[in-house]
Every structure is written in structure tokens, then in C-alpha cells.
Design a protein around this ligand. Structure first.
Ligand SMILES: N[C@@H](CCC(=O)N[C@@H](CS)C(=O)NCC(=O)O)C(=O)O
Length: 214
């Protein structure tokens, strides 16, 4: 199976896909697109990804974008270990948890939003950091409330990590990038520490990628 992943060390969405690939033990080549230097707008990559974002996943010539779609595709081509539960209600809950970060919290802190805050509204670095910290914390607070209602056992849906854990771990990485105190989110902290004890999560961490800059 030939897999390529257009990604970037800091990309939260690429992190999700790297973890999913590692859990399924699927080897892949990662091609760097430096989204902090604007390489996502280069003509070559614009032809690959119409949204000018990473990740783009390429499997046997087929391009797939959006990390949730990619993770679901991986579950279909290589069902074990499962990232989504087989039970229909559990599967909906797993997607709901994943989308708290993927659809609601993470999109508010991506480079194009940070750039627009600066260019359209004159936000300076401190204001943009404050914005990002706020939305990173909102995502974590939502996860904490959800884990209050349904405790981890020991992962979000049971014995093994899946898409919910991957996306929650990504949200915690955003918190770390903005130096958030995790004390208000003890259940999220405990669950994601458990995730990062697994090589699939630890090795996919942005700080472990080639090109990482502190
Ligand atoms: N919802 C998309 C998010 C894609 C996205 O926004 N990716 C970011 C990196 S995590 C990006 O490439 N941003 C470029 C930009 O904002 O200009 C997914 O889950 O794949």
C-alpha cells in the first residue's frame, strides 16, 4: 500500500492522521508543506489541495482531504484496530467528541484565521495569542464537561483509543502550544497523558517532527 501525506510539523489536522496511520501500522511518506511560510498557496500544492490546507492524504493515486474523512477512510480500508466503534450510537458519540476539536475549536486558531485577525482588524501578536488561548481553553473545557458526564474507561469510548482520543489529544497539543495550564482540565489531562504514553501518539506529536521549531 503506497501512502503519502502532505503535512507540516505544527499541523493539528496532520497530527490526527499521523496517529491514525501509526495505530493501524500503515507506513507512509510525509511531504512537508510549510504553512507558516505560505507554501500552501504555491501553484504545485494548490493543484493538490483546493482549500490550500494540510493534510492531504494520497493512497494509490487517490487524494483525500479533511482529517476526519481521511481517518474514516483508513477505518474502511484497514478496519483493525478500529478508530470508530461498530455500534451505531457509539460511533455517533465518537464522531461528536472528535468534532468538538475538528469542527469547533481548532478552526478558530489556524494560520489563515490568525492572519486575518492581523490584516483585517489590526490585531497584534499579543491579541492573536490571547484569541488562540481563549479558543483552545474553550475546546478543552467542553471536553472536560463531556468527560464529567461520561468518564474515560480508560479511553474516551472504552478499552482502546480511537478518533475521539486522537482529536482530544490534538486539542491538548493546541493548549500546550499556547502554554495553557491544564489544571482546570484534569480529566482531559489524564486521558491524553494515557494517549501520549502510546508510541503512535508520542511519535506523531508536532514537537517530534522533522522541521519542528520551538
Ligand atoms: N478541517 C481540516 C483542517 C485543515 C486546516 O485548517 N489545516 C491547517 C493546519 S492544521 C492549515 O493547513 N492551515 C493553513 C492556513 O490556515 O493557511 C482538517 O481537519 O483536515
Amino acid at each position: 500500500m503506497t501512502i503519502q501525506l502532505y503535512g507540516f510539523w505544527r499541523s493539528n489536522a496532520a497530527f490526527r492522521v499521523r496517529v491514525a496511520l501509526a495505530l493501524k501500522q500503515l507506513p507512509f511518506d510525509e511531504i512537508e508543506v510549510d504553512i507558516l511560510s505560505g507554501r500552501q498557496f504555491d501553484a504545485g500544492y494548490a493543484a493538490v489541495n483546493a482549500e490550500h490546507v494540510v493534510p492531504t492524504f494520497v493512497h494509490e493515486g487517490q487524494r483525500i482531504f479533511q482529517s476526519m474523512a481521511i481517518m474514516e477512510y483508513l477505518d474502511e480500508i484497514q478496519p483493525e484496530p478500529r478508530l470508530l466503534p461498530t455500534d451505531v450510537r457509539e460511533r455517533a458519540y465518537a464522531r461528536s467528541l472528535a468534532l468538538v476539536s475538528v469542527a469547533d475549536a481548532h478552526p478558530l486558531v489556524v494560520p489563515r484565521v490568525r492572519k486575518h485577525l492581523a490584516t483585517a482588524f489590526g490585531a497584534d501578536t499579543a491579541a492573536i495569542e490571547s484569541w488562540c488561548r481563549h479558543w483552545a481553553a474553550e475546546g478543552l473545557a467542553t471536553y472536560e464537561r463531556l468527560l464529567d458526564r461520561r468518564p474515560a474507561a480508560p479511553f474516551a469510548l472504552g478499552e482502546a483509543p480511537g478518533i475521539a482520543d486522537i482529536c482530544m489529544a490534538g486539542q491538548v497539543i493546541t493548549g500546550h502550544l499556547y502554554q495553557l495550564d491544564m489544571a482546570p482540565f484534569p480529566k482531559v489531562d489524564a486521558l491524553t497523558k494515557r494517549c501520549f504514553e502510546l508510541p503512535a501518539f508520542a511519535e506523531a506529536h508536532p514537537f517530534k517532527q522533522p522541521g519542528y521549531k520551538a
